[in-house]
Design a protein around this ligand. Structure first.
Ligand code: AMP
Ligand code: ZN
Length: 112
């Protein structure tokens, strides 16, 4: 399977990792939209939140805890945003589930 983020997980493509556990990895976005822009992903391939099942939903809870922990680590006490894009209309370009942790500046009030 030709998946960019699976290659980051395997180490075939380099990344700036900021967190890793048995099931989750987080690394800096290559094209940051804010001073802090981190991607948090499950280590197993799943296309998007649209593919989550009862068997795999647990990893999203872990990712939320990692987001909170990284927000503290990167001094985002003034606020931040956690986003996941789903499918073409959602603006998803990499088809491996990922959550953007974005902050470090006053973010746009626009939701879409
Ligand atoms: P999305 O548009 O939600 O699918 O987000 C994909 C994100 O992956 C974008 O913010 C890209 O900048 C980021 N990205 C693409 N390639 C890499 C890479 N090699 N390392 C880190 N982030 C990447
Ligand atoms: Zn993948």
């Amino acid at each position: 399977m030709d998946c960019l983020f699976c290659k980051i997980i395997s180490g075939d493509i380099p990344s700036q990792k900021v967190y890793e556990s048995e099931t989750v990895v987080a690394f800096k976005d290559i094209n940051p939209q804010a001073p802090v822009h981190i991607l948090i992903i499950p280590k197993f391939h799943i296309e998007s939140l649209a593919e989550i099942t009862e068997d795999t939903v647990g990893v999203t809870a872990e990712i939320m805890l990692v987001a909170k922990q990284l927000a503290q680590e990167f001094s985002l006490g003034n606020g931040y945003r956690v986003i996941t894009n789903i499918g073409d209309d959602g603006g998803q370009t990499v088809h491996h589930l990922h959550f953007h942790l974005i902050g470090g500046k006053k973010l746009s009030e626009q939701m879409c």
